[in-house]
Ligand binder design. Structure first.
Ligand code: GRF
Length: 201
């Protein structure tokens, strides 16, 4: 199975996935990084791990469609089975989602459908809820939406700060995302309509 990880920022999930591949826990034949930000920390992580990098800047294209077409063209020769979005700060167009239907997954730091958007951890903390969590889901045409593959709850205590909650959520992400990718590669994930069924996890 060939994996493309799309990321724009820090890349801690990227590193967790690559580590799981290197340890043989996730059986990927190849892995590459698609990044849209030349100064993102994730690029340094990829270089250090000897993972191929495709850098495609949105500013170099007149439209989102042209930008995504360039990504698709660059991906062609890699015969990608799965795209894992890991902090990729762009919404993919419906056309791109259709092209890779049920082959794009995302990780989000909340128990979706609660707290969509890019400040999910802060929003949960400020809302005063007792727990939040992490969701891995298939990507559809809507933001932070699509059939849920795995979810894990993270309790919020009254001592939590944004930093302490982020830390616990990220450590859950770093286990949950490799697990979801492993299940996908082992063909244990079936989509039935809007629902996901997982066999012998
Ligand atoms: C993670 O919290 C992920 O859930 C969200 O973006 C963040 C990316 O973090 N989609 P990192 O770049 O993997 O460290």
């Amino acid at each position: 199975m060939n994996l493309a990880i799309f990321a724009s920022g820090q890349g801690s999930n990227f590193s967790a996935i690559v580590k799981a591949i290197k340890r043989g826990k996730v059986k990927a034949r190849s892995v590459l990084l698609v990044c849209d930000k030349p100064d993102a920390r994730v690029i340094g992580r990829a270089k250090k791990a000897k993972v191929a990098v495709i850098l495609v800047r949105r500013e170099d294209f007149a439209s989102r469609i042209d930008f995504e077409t360039a990504i698709s063209q660059r991906l062609k020769s890699y015969k990608i089975d799965l795209i894992a979005l890991a902090g990729f700060m762009r919404m993919l167009s419906p056309g791109f989602v259709r092209k890779y239907r049920n082959r794009i997954i995302n990780i989000h730091p909340s128990l979706l459908p609660a707290f969509k958007g890019s400040h999910a951890i802060k929003d949960a903390l400020e809302a005063g809820v007792a727990s939040t969590g992490v969701t891995v889901h298939f990507v559809d045409e809507e933001m932070d939406h699509g059939p849920v593959i795995l979810q894990q709850e993270v309790r919020i205590t009254n001592k939590d700060t944004l930093a302490s909650l982020e830390k616990r959520i990220h450590s859950v992400e770093h286990k949950l995302y490799p697990q979801a990718i492993r299940l996908f590669f082992e063909k244990k994930i079936k989509i039935k309509g809007r629902k996901v069924e997982i066999s012998n996890p």
